[in-house]
Design a protein around this ligand. Structure first.
Ligand code: ATP
Length: 224
């Protein structure tokens, strides 16, 4: 196995009843890169991401994530993943610092609350309740929770949907900071400018298949 690839997918398919949602997909994602999965509604992005996270079973094909088959769902695999969902169901009655302490308790080798607050620029909000945070700060809290276990691989599902431009810019900065810490980041987005600002490589999905893949500049050249 080539260790440079943290995700390796070969001939992946997924059927929902009679519907073939993923139709034989190949994908490789390198350690330390930001990889964006783009495509219209129904293309199959969420299905693929959930299979990689171990939240959904596949119909056929080979999948290795951090050297594991995600379907086995071992704790040694789960602890290395960070998943930022659109809605994490944050406990509203705890302060930001207390929320992070609670999550840190789930992991064997967690980061400290101070480190996480610093990385996500939330140090001043440590004693605030979630409802007192701005939209951008709430999103950073979602990231902060995902960083508690010091994951190697992050999955970000539409990380800036519904953001105003400044919150968006601050989420992008945070994602780039996480990359500089050596994290591998897989994100889904509907926005080409977001992929352009963040991603080292992009895959365009349509109808359950990757229709093109590469650096954005290469994809642009191939369409000209
Ligand atoms: P979006 O951008 O809207 O989130 P997507 O690219 O993430 O779309 P998926 O959610 O993976 O696409 O859906 C791919 C196809 O599989 C769609 O046709 C969808 O209707 C179908 N599908 C997804 N989940 C299920 C399910 N649980 N049962 C049946 N069909 C499903």
């Amino acid at each position: 196995m080539n260790d440079d690839f943290v995700i390796k997918v070969k001939n992946l398919t997924k059927s929902y009843g009679n519907k073939l949602a993923v139709k034989g997909m190949d994908l490789k994602i390198r350690r330390g890169e930001i990889f964006a999965l783009l495509g219209p509604n129904g293309a199959g992005k969420t299905t693929v991401i959930e299979i990689l996270e171990g939240h959904r079973s596949r119909t056929s094909g080979d999948v290795a994530v951090l050297g594991h088959d995600p379907e086995e769902n071992k704790p040694s695999f789960r602890n290395r993943l960070g998943i930022v969902l659109q809605d994490n169901g944050i406990e509203p009655y705890l302060k930001v610092g207390e929320i992070l302490e609670q999550y840190i308790g789930f992991y064997e080798n967690p980061k400290t609350v101070e480190e996480i607050l610093l990385t996500t620029s939330l140090s001043e909000q440590r004693d605030s309740y979630p409802k007192q945070l701005s939209g951008g700060q709430q999103r950073r809290l979602d990231f902060a929770i995902c960083l508690c276990g010091d994951p190697d691989l992050l999955f970000l599902d539409e990380p800036t949907t519904g953001f105003d431009p400044s919150a968006r810019r601050s989420a992008w900065d945070l994602i780039l900071d996480l990359k500089s810490l050596g994290k591998t980041i897989v994100l889904t987005t509907h926005y080409m400018d977001e992929a352009e600002a963040l991603a080292d490589r992009i895959a365009l999905m349509r109808g359950g298949l990757i229709v093109s893949e590469g650096k954005l500049s290469d994809l642009r050249n191939s369409q000209e």
